[in-house]
Design a protein around this ligand. Structure first.
Ligand SMILES: NC(=O)c1ccc[n+]([C@@H]2O[C@H](COP(=O)([O-])OP(=O)(O)OC[C@H]3O[C@@H](n4cnc5c(N)ncnc54)[C@H](OP(=O)(O)O)[C@@H]3O)[C@@H](O)[C@H]2O)c1
Length: 327
């Protein structure tokens, strides 16, 4: 898998990374043996970029990823995120105070069982804390050798520019897929101008764009997607029109819907990287097949014209979480 330069870091990273959020919970049934085998196979096949976060299963995700990469640390470009925590009532709360960032990073290092994190993101921006203070805390982590590069997630272009003026930001991680396009364009454009890597999360629309989620009954009880507006029974039914059109297009391109959806993301520019989530080796293999799907500018136009965003029913996030976007 050919690596591309990751923003302005001077480090080359393969364009397709593994999103680890769903390895041990969050989406569907848990199967730790298969999840572990998937991480190992990803590394065997040349994937390097693994993405996790402190809040995923309250640290359990980082512990699991840490166990999977033990003995293979040198093969991994390891990304995690801090600055968002659960409060005593279990609600997620953004907290970018320097003392929180310092503590959270130490905890992540310990759970992951590593001495240094390659890419450490602020998971969301905390409007209550001056950006200089939060970025200053990240810079101190770099100086201490605990973090190699810093990143931001789901921030507004103005925040990215301001942060990048304080210290080079290696990457912005935001949602980008065929069903989340226009909301991300300003951030993508800012990354291009600044030479910041753009890391596209949920590139398969949390699995929807594979065409394998037909109704809410396909999501087991406790699957977090049940809380997301686009996966409500009504919206999921309405969104089948999108899945059907995508499947039809994929047939024309001689690939699967998941592969076409990923190929579209990777065709958004040389600075774009995708982290696709799966805990199954067979999906991993299928997804890697996207690298062989080449799309011309005319192909991109055809795909986008066939899938206007107006067709998509539902917001990206539940109301309480939508507020923390574009901070
Ligand atoms: N910064 C942020 O705020 C943020 C937010 C969300 C996600 N992320 C990161 O981005 C990563 C990827 O996003 P995501 O996991 O939300 O969404 P995604 O990559 O769009 O989709 C993951 C889902 O798609 C399914 N899937 C994968 N390949 C498939 C295939 N070929 N056919 C059918 N289904 C397939 C997976 O199923 P199985 O689980 O059954 O394998 C999983 O349920 C996460 O793991 C996380 O690291 C970051």
């Amino acid at each position: 898998m050919e690596p591309r330069e990751f923003g302005s870091t001077g480090v080359a990273v393969p364009v397709l990374g593994l999103g680890c959020m769903g390895l041990v919970g969050w989406y569907g049934e848990r199967d730790d043996a298969e999840a572990r085998a998937t991480v190992e196979r990803a590394l065997d096949l040349g994937m390097r970029h693994l993405d996790t976060a402190a809040v995923y299963q309250d640290g359990e995700n980082e512990r699991f990823v840490g166990r999977c990469i033990r003995g293979r640390r040198d093969e991994v470009f390891l990304a995690t995120k801090g600055g968002m925590e659960r409060d005593a009532s279990g609600r997620l709360r953004v907290d970018n105070r320097p003392e929180t960032i310092r503590r959270a990073c130490d905890e992540s290092l310990q759970r992951l069982g590593v001495e240094c994190i390659d890419l450490y993101y602020l998971h969301r921006r905390d409007p209550a804390v001056p950006l200089d203070d939060s970025i200053g805390a990240l810079v101190d982590l770099v100086a201490a050798g605990k973090v190699r590069f810093i990143g931001l997630s789901e921030v507004a272009p103005a925040t990215l520019r301001e942060a990048h003026g304080l210290y080079p930001v290696a990457a912005l991680q935001s949602e980008l897929s065929l069903w989340t396009r226009s909301a991300t364009q300003p951030a993508l454009q800012a990354c291009r101008e600044l030479g910041v890597a753009f890391v596209a999360y949920s590139p398969l629309g949390r699995g929807f764009l594979s065409g394998r989620l037909r109704s809410v009954e396909d999501l087991p009880e406790g699957d977090t997607r049940r809380l997301f507006p686009r996966f409500s029974a009504d919206n999921l039914a309405a969104n089948q029109a999108v899945a059907e059109r995508l499947a039809e297009l994929a047939g024309r391109f001689g690939c699967t819907a998941a592969q076409l959806a990923l190929a579209w993301v990777l065709a958004q520019g040389r600075g774009v990287f995708a982290i696709v989530g799966t805990k199954r080796r067979r999906y991993l293999d299928e997804n890697l097949g996207a690298l062989a799907v080449e799309l011309s500018a005319a192909d991109l136009e055809t795909i986008e014209a066939a899938l206007p965003e107006e067709l998509i029913a539902g917001e990206r996030y539940p109301a309480g979480m939508q507020d923390s976007l574009n901070g």
